[in-house]
Design a binder for this molecule. Structure first.
Ligand code: KE4
Length: 431
């Protein structure tokens, strides 16, 4: 049978670099042919051959309700009839802003933008503008979008600043970016001792979904907060992935239960708040956010910022996930998936560690959960690739890279979870 996925991939590669508009989609890490999605509905999508998959990527997080939720679809269709884009303010941007602020009390104001990268880049500029400082700390294994200053890998040794992870990023652009080891308190202490008063911010993924699933330890998170406060640096939570995905109050509400009174200074959001349409945001206290143009000196702008169709999609999504019982149902479904996979791996004698929070999960073919990037990368990637393809052949679609998280939606049924665990147990037996 002609493989329409391969035909499309070959054709795409003629006109789009790598045949994809975002690198991870090309299956380079796992090999094989990317599945070209024809349509999606609920917890499933169908590829160009008409093959059905249980979808655990959900557009890398946004599709928390599943694909094509009726209330969201209706909101988008209605909004589209009223106009696609105006470049002028609308009431719905206020409604979406108010809905976001209602659930994230650390934010008093929010600016809507069109991608997580744009939100992270803008939050970084705001932190530097608000503090008048240039240096920043990020952590190895955390991804904050592809703004130049954030495409940095750990320099050799602590005191040196990061080196670009990408061609085209001049060294001088990343000379102020210090990359530390995630969950390493002593490195953090040392960095603040050396540079504390020059630091504009510390930027972190509170649960690092770009290392698959690594939680910031409570002592580490506490110390980040204390040192930022002590030295006048802003603590920036990149919740593009975890925001409204791990809890209604995002990851910061999870840490606030573990660390009394905990709050970041700025928060970056994306994915779920757009419900699958291009929409992201960043926000924080009024006195910081007011530094943004047009009320302050930090410039930031966007043609499609607060787009009327995207805000309709995001607002309808947030209203659904705020309904009573949503999070108990989603969390227990995600937990039963993780417990089922652990049981299947144990039965097959495969080293397997997994964790989850709300609708986000991750697993490692390792005996225990890794605490940092170096440990994550000790995973057996050939074995992961075999697992990936074994699941794919059985109609289960997980992230095509061992350092990416997985996502469960409200549309995933217990039967989907059971079918996934059954597929995994068959594949574990072959590893
Ligand atoms: P976008 O520019 O892709 O909307 O957001 C960038 C971003 C920022 N911060 C975090 C924590 C993120 O996870 C992301 C984007 N996540 C990736 C998945 N690891 C998106 C998928 C892709 O790059 O194709």
């Amino acid at each position: 049978m002609t493989d329409r996925n391969q035909q499309l991939f070959d054709r795409a590669a003629q006109v789009i670099p790598g045949g994809v508009n975002s690198p991870v989609r090309a299956f380079r890490a796992v090999g094989g042919t990317p599945r070209f999605v024809q349509r999606a509905q609920g917890a499933y999508f169908w590829d160009a051959n008409g093959q059905k998959y249980i979808d655990y990527i959900g557009s890398w997080g946004p599709m928390i309700l599943g694909h094509g939720h009726p209330a969201v679809l209706e909101a988008v269709q209605k909004a589209a009839l009223d106009g696609f884009s105006f470049g002028a303010p609308t009431e719905r941007e206020i409604e979406l802003a108010e809905e976001i602020l209602k659930h994230v009390p650390s934010m008093e104001m929010v600016r809507l933008v069109s991608s997580g990268t744009e939100a992270g880049m803008s939050a970084l500029r705001l932190a530097r503008g608000a503090t008048g400082r240039s240096k920043i700390i990020k952590f190895e294994g955390c991804y904050h979008g592809h703004a130049d200053a954030l495409l940095v890998k750990a320099g050799s040794g602590l005191a040196t600043f990061g080196n670009p992870t990408s061609a085209g990023v001049p060294p001088e652009v990343v000379q102020h970016t210090l990359v530390l080891e995630y969950n390493n308190v002593e490195q953090l202490e040392e960095a603040f001792k050396l540079h504390g008063k020059e630091l504009a911010c510390v930027m972190i993924e509170p649960i690092a979904g770009n290392m698959n699933f690594v939680r910031a330890s409570v002592p580490f998170m506490k110390r980040c907060r204390e040192l930022c406060t002590e030295h006048g640096a802003l603590f920036v939570f990149d919740e593009v992935m975890t925001g409204f995905r791990v809890a209604l109050g995002s990851a910061q509400s999870v840490y606030a239960q573990l660390i009394p009174g905990f709050q970041p200074d700025l928060t970056v959001l994306g994915k779920v708040i757009g419900g699958g349409m291009p929409l992201a945001a960043f926000g924080g206290p009024r006195e910081i956010m007011r530094q943004l143009a047009p009320t302050g000196p930090v410039y930031q702008a966007g043609t499609l910022s607060g787009n009327p169709v995207a805000t309709a999609c995001g607002l309808a999504t947030l209203r659904e996930i705020a309904k009573p019982g949503f999070w108990d149902a989603l969390s227990s479904k995600t937990q039963s998936l993780v417990d089922g996979l652990k049981g299947a791996a144990a039965k097959a004698g495969v080293p397997f560690a997994a964790d989850c929070q709300g609708g986000m999960f991750g697993f490692f073919l390792l005996p225990e959960l890794p605490q940092n990037y170096a440990k994550v990368m000790t995973s057996d990637s050939p074995k992961f690739n075999k697992l990936f393809h074994g699941l794919l052949d059985r109609g289960v679609y997980i992230a095509p890279a061992l350092y990416e998280a997985g996502f469960v939606s409200a549309a995933h049924s217990e039967a989907d979870i059971a079918a996934t665990v059954q597929a995994a147990s068959e594949v574990f037996a072959t590893l």
